[in-house]
Design a protein around this ligand. Structure first.
Ligand SMILES: *[C@@H]1O[C@H](CO)[C@@H](O)[C@H](O)[C@H]1NC(C)=O
Ligand SMILES: [Mn+2]
Length: 637
């Protein structure tokens, strides 16, 4: 802003200086005049000296010149402002047509008007698609809707396009053994766009040393997409003419889910090391060598490369910082910060110990088999990565992220399949909990808001997995929590949880309230975790999704003391400040703050909705959905 206005500011400054000079000149003239007149008064006979005249004349000239300069300056500033205003109006015209009255004054442009934006609110066209003809916009939007990424653009980009090398420069100084294990790359897909798969294949062929790349195995988990049939077969044949036997394809004749498809690929693989990838990736330069060298060193390591994000709209590669893969108590995966111990090493090329993997993984082919490959009992998608991770760690392996191995991964804007993923995720999570999590499995039930007994969810047969666990002499989840993932902080004294309802009206539930904000409300009951409530024996009452982590904080129901409305505060902060977060509550009883003795109650507002208030108890009572053990049951009548 200031930079743009600099000339203008300078002009104004100069004008001020000139004005000041004019003032000084004026005074100077006056003084000289007075001096002359004073001289005359002292000696009336003294003739007016010619020198006096010239001084006066010169001063007058100077005054006129400065005055003129000041006028010109003023004019220049005005003109500059007009030019800028015109430019601004032209820019505005590109965004939206200028009002009719202004159009006459506009500079006539020779170029045709840019095409109208047909989908101004579509995520696809926020950073892409400028100037695209209307028919092309429709085509692109349709493909985007079907696939969740910009297939229109993908079909135009070269298959062998270059992407920026996102490795730290210190990775380039690394050297690797000349003899490395051989590599099978497995690409899993279901209804992916053809150009995406072909670009993945091209990147693997171009960026993997040919002497180690044994094969690329495509696994099609029963796609319905027509172009993935004969067109893909033709392309495979084309590649195999150049690189005999390199590409293989396995097609499922019914949908088997991600874990099963990965196993299909693993079973078909024959190299020393397998890498299982999504098909919407582009591997980056030097991605394979660190993986192969590390597995050669230690065959029990399961490896994740570092992902960079290929934008779904522009296909630009966005560099991601090195992170480890973690998960919450719903067993939903996420990125966690790298551990302090790794930072302390001060070697950005060193492997980072990771509690979990995201799904893309590299492993010694035989070792992966020894620990049971992937669990076919995992359905559709979600949770299978946590299952493998717990199995790997608890049964004698380890997981590492390798900072020098980078893979561009296309993150979809939306999932094209209209499945409700949460039901598969929930079921898979319970399966993991039952097989691997011992006395901590209740945390998964709590996070998903399910009853500890008779959840009604079929997580499949786990007997064979129990046998495997026995056979491999796997360690406990307690060991895993303490040595690998101390971030998770299990809670053992939650005695009531689920929806919390007041006896006045059972159709509304206690709710975390709008975000951002820290005011809980009563709201129509629904299934989302914003209405999860957890009551601890300590007296704390959490509202909202369960966190239960060292670095995160659950939200505690708090009596602020004066105000009528309750508040939600991060529990540890509230406890430190001695805010009133402890409540007495029994099933079917009042909710009473231990410090203030005020009750949590509901009240009908003038709008007809129920509001939440803290006040002197009026005998309102509450119910919580699930109780643990025999806690808080009302006394038998
Ligand atoms: C891609 O392939 C074409 C045709 O073989 C070639 O001309 C071009 O240089 C390649 N581009 C890159 C980035 O390798
Ligand atoms: Mn993916």
């Amino acid at each position: 802003m200031l930079r743009r206005n600099l000339p203008q500011v300078l002009c104004l400054g100069l004008m001020l200086v000139l004005a000041a000079n004019l003032l000084l000149l004026f005074h100077a003239k006056e003084i000289v005049q007075n001096l002359i007149q004073g001289g005359l008064q002292k000696d009336p006979h003294r003739p007016l000296h010619t020198r006096d005249r010239t001084v006066m004349d010169r001063l007058s000239h100077l005054e006129v010149a400065v005055q003129r300069l000041k006028e010109n300056m003023k004019l220049a500033v005005k003109q500059q402002a007009r030019v800028e205003k015109d430019a601004l109006m032209r820019v505005e015209d590109e965004v939206q047509p200028a009002p009719k009255a202004l159009q006459g004054k506009m500079v006539k442009s020779k170029q045709p008007r840019p095409p109208k934006k047909l989908f101004p609110t579509s995520a696809l066209f926020q950073q892409w698609g400028e100037g695209l003809a209307e028919a092309e916009q429709r085509k692109a939007q349709d493909l985007f809707h079907r696939f969740g990424y910009n297939v229109y653009l993908s079909n135009q980009l070269p298959l062998n396009r270059s992407i920026p090398d996102t490795r730290d420069s210190r990775c380039l100084q690394k050297t690797y053994p000349s003899q490395l294990p051989s590599l099978s790359v497995i690409l899993i897909f279901m209804d992916e766009a053809l150009s995406i798969i072909l670009r993945a294949i091209t990147s693997i062929i171009n960026r993997t040393p040919s002497q180690v790349l044994k094969e690329i195995i495509l696994v099609d988990d029963f796609s319905s997409n027509g172009e993935l049939k004969s067109s893909l077969d033709e392309k495979i044949e084309f590649y195999n003419q150049m690189y005999p036997g390199l590409l293989k394809i396995i097609r499922h004749t019914q949908r088997k889910g991600l874990a099963h498809a990965r196993n299909t690929g693993w079973e078909a693989a024959g190299a020393d090391v397998v890498v299982i990838l999504d098909a919407h990736v582009e591997v980056n330069v030097g991605w394979a060598e660190p993986i192969l060298a590390r597995i050669q060193e230690d065959r029990t390591v399961i490896i994740s490369p570092v992902f960079d994000n290929i934008r779904f709209d522009t296909f630009k590669l966005m560099k991601y910082a090195v992170a480890v893969d973690g998960f919450n108590w719903e067993l939903w995966c996420r990125y966690d910060p790298v551990p302090q111990t790794w930072i302390a090493l001060d070697d950005v090329t060193a492997p980072v110990r990771s509690p979990s993997i995201m799904g893309i993984l590299a492993a010694d082919r035989l070792f992966l088999g020894e620990i049971g490959a992937l669990d076919d009992g995992m359905l559709v998608y979600g949770g299978e990565n946590v299952e493998l991770s717990l199995r790997v760690w608890q049964c004698g392996g380890k997981i590492e992220v390798l900072p020098c191995s980078r893979v561009g991964h296309l993150e979809r804007h939306h999932k094209p399949y209209a499945l409700d993923l949460s039901s598969a995720l929930k079921r898979n999570a319970l399966r993991v909990a039952e097989i691997w999590m011992d006395e901590y499995k209740h945390m998964v039930y709590l996070a998903w808001n399910l009853p500890l007994q008779n959840s009604g969810i079929d997580f499949g047969d786990i007997a064979s997995k129990r046998v495997l666990r026995e056979k491999l002499k796997c360690k406990t989840f307690d060991w895993y929590l303490k040595t690998v993932y101390p971030v998770l902080k299990p809670i053992h004294d939650i005695v009531g949880y689920g929806r919390m309802k007041n006896s006045l009206d059972k159709s509304v539930c206690l709710d975390r309230g709008p975000i951002p904000g820290n005011t809980p409300i009563m709201y129509m009951c629904h299934e989302f975790s914003s209405q999860n409530v957890y009551y601890r024996l300590t007296g704390e009452l959490y509202i909202g999704p369960l966190v239960a982590e060292v670095h995160g904080d659950d939200l505690c129901l708090t009596d602020p003391g004066q105000r009528e409305k309750p508040a939600l505060e991060p529990c540890s902060k509230a406890a430190q400040n001695k805010w009133h977060i402890y409540w007495d509550f029994k099933q079917g009883g009042a909710v009473i703050n231990r410090d203030t003795q005020r009750c949590l109650e509901t009240r009908r507002e003038p709008s007809g909705a129920y509001g939440l208030v803290l006040r002197t108890c009026t005998a309102q009572v509450w119910d919580i959905q699930f109780t643990v053990g025999g806690w808080g049951q009302p006394k038998a009548l």
